[in-house]
Design a protein around this ligand. Structure first.
Ligand code: SF4
Length: 554
């Protein structure tokens, strides 16, 4: 089904060229690049930058990098220039990109399905200590990000990662990004179906394949057979979640067109049941629709969610079946509402083989290289050598014998990795923020960490599930729109009339089958200084006024 990698545009279904400007869809004959990003992608495939990094840029240094590679194609290999230190958030929108660029990179290591061995984790920890000034952040897409990377070191970092089966291929860019997967796939007692074979097949077919390396924008995938719906499936471009079909047994329910950022949309169900061995075909069909019919004229309309919103689920399913699969999909049921509100797998849980998995919470996903190496050590001593990252910036050690659990928990807690964290440690996430991100307006990681400390001190008895997500700008890397308390970084005016760091507040968002976006409380903005007071007030009021069993919502 995949077209020739040499010319994916030529493989799009042929249509008469529209006389209207249209949305820049290849399938409508719009092959002339309609913006700068489309132009540089047409000039040279993003994947080709690797050769230049290895043979030219790493040898001649940062200043030798072609600007179209620096701010464009390097993302195809997980590299993004980081923010020059000391530039405050007020300058983010007014400076030119090159004025914000530091000569160091963020490097994103993709971890499909969140699956890692302790050997792999140790290598990431070593790379962090040797090449990244010890930095390491676990992201809410199960990746690990390193900072302070010099272009000179990138080939050696790739060599070490690839020696243990890891990669940075298409970790950023207009590409098929990391495939989210249930971090307890294959081991959970309550699992409906293990999606791991499908994730592996998609990796083989799609990642690094030039048939899919020039998409209109990023393409996010999520596959989980857990009844906890633990991969934020509602906000991915494609998601497959476990369901039991009354006649055909366990399989996956297909969702498309979710996404946050501007114009956030919850994905829609196509009403189709997909057996495990057809997941990769369906994934390939959906990503092909995105490549061929996705909007390429305007970057801010280029995500799949806009096409899905315009077509609707019926037409999308029909095009998928008729033009890409060549067969009809089987109708299927919707997944059931999960009973648990926490989906992060934190704590001690029994596996189906009688052993245990142990999930733990760093602070807002921030760890460091030395800690990663220590986690690898403690996991090896107590488990089988398998660890996982989650979509909540947490981690899990698998395969722990019952008599090893207490010792493992003590080892993790000694590293300040909480197995029984407060609701605040457990439920707070933060994006990269102004420390490294060029789009950021405010600080997030340190602010989130300080907020956890303050709330633990002020509300020591609070034990309700609560999510508090901090973003450094209007984008949605930390999923603010689907948090109980979502905090969107921006400059606000304090009581003395000064512009200071602060947040626009969104309240009552959620994932799960009650998924919905938090309400932007009109005019409600808090300064960073006021933040602990504000959150404390909201939580105290919730505790005082809620009815039995009522979840946090507005
Ligand atoms: Fe950067 Fe904004 Fe994403 Fe945070 S939400 S990582 S500040 S782009």
């Amino acid at each position: 089904m995949a077209p020739s990698p040499q010319d994916p545009a030529a493989a799009a279904p042929r249509r008469k060229v529209s006389r209207h400007r249209g949305e820049g869809q290849w399938a409508a004959g719009h092959h002339t690049p309609l913006n700068g990003n489309e132009q540089f992608k047409k000039d040279d495939d993003g994947l080709n930058v690797r050769t230049r990094i290895e043979t030219i840029y790493s040898k001649r240094g940062f200043d030798s990098i072609d600007p179209n590679d620096l701010r464009g194609r390097m993302r195809w290999w997980g590299l993004y220039t980081q923010r020059k230190p000391g530039i405050d958030g007020g300058k983010t929108a007014v400076l030119e990109p090159e004025e914000l660029d530091d000569k160091y990179f963020m490097l994103r290591v993709r971890i499909d399905g969140g699956r890692l061995t302790t050997a792999q984790l140790r290598v990431i920890g070593e790379i962090s200590q040797e090449f990244a000034r010890g930095t390491a952040d676990i992201t809410d897409r199960q990746n690990i990000q390193l900072h302070w990377i010099r272009i000179e070191d990138v080939p050696e970092i790739w060599r070490r990662l690839e020696d243990v089966g890891l990669s940075t291929t298409e970790a950023c860019g207009d590409t098929p990004r990391v495939i989210l997967g249930s971090p307890v796939a294959g081991i959970a007692e309550d699992e409906i179906i293990d999606g791991t074979p499908a994730i592996e097949e998609i990796q083989r077919r799609v990642i690094g394949n030039k048939a899919f390396s020039n998409l209109p924008r990023k393409f996010k995938s999520a596959i989980s057979g857990s009844p906890l719906l633990d991969v934020a499936h509602e906000i991915n471009d494609i998601a497959l979640v476990g369901v039991e079909h009354p006649e055909h047994g366990p399989g996956f329910d297909l969702w498309v067109g979710g996404g946050l950022s501007t114009n956030p949309k919850i994905g829609v169900r196509l009403g189709a049941w997909v057996p495990l061995d057809e997941v990769a075909d369906v994934h390939e069909g959906v990503i092909s629709i995105f490549r061929d019919y996705g909007y390429r004229r305007l970057r801010n309309r280029a995500r799949l969610k806009f096409l899905v919103a315009d077509w609707g689920p019926e037409k999308f399913r029909q095009v998928l079946e008729d033009e890409y699969l060549g067969r009809k999909l089987i109708d299927g049921p919707a997944p059931e509402q999960p009973v648990e509100r926490w989906r992060d797998h934190v704590g001690v849980h029994r596996q189906r083989d009688g052993r245990f998995y142990v999930g733990f919470a760093p602070r807002v996903g921030r760890v460091d290289g030395a800690t990663l190496a220590k986690i690898a050590g403690v996991a090896e001593e107590h488990g089988s050598g398998r660890v996982r990252t989650t979509t909540e910036q947490k981690m899990i050690v698998l395969d722990v014998e019952g008599d090893q659990v207490d010792s493992l928990v003590a080892g993790l807690e000694a590293l300040d990795l909480r197995v029984t964290p407060s609701s605040f440690r457990r439920g707070t996430m933060a994006c990269t923020g102004i420390e490294f991100c060029k789009l950021a307006i405010v600080e997030t990681k340190a602010r989130g960490s300080a907020l956890i400390d303050e709330l633990e001190r002020r509300l020591p008895e609070f034990d309700e599930p609560i999510t508090i997500n901090l973003n450094g700008c209007p984008n949605a890397c930390a999923r603010i729109q689907v948090a109980d308390i979502g905090l969107k970084g921006q400059l606000v005016v304090d009581e003395d009339g000064n512009q200071v760091e602060g947040y626009q507040v969104h309240l009552g968002g959620a994932l799960g089958l009650e998924a919905g976006f938090g309400r932007k409380v009109r005019g409600l903005k808090v300064t960073s200084k006021e933040l602990p007071d504000y959150v404390e007030r909201v939580l105290r009021r919730f505790e005082a006024e809620r009815a039995d069993g009522e979840r946090f919502a507005v």
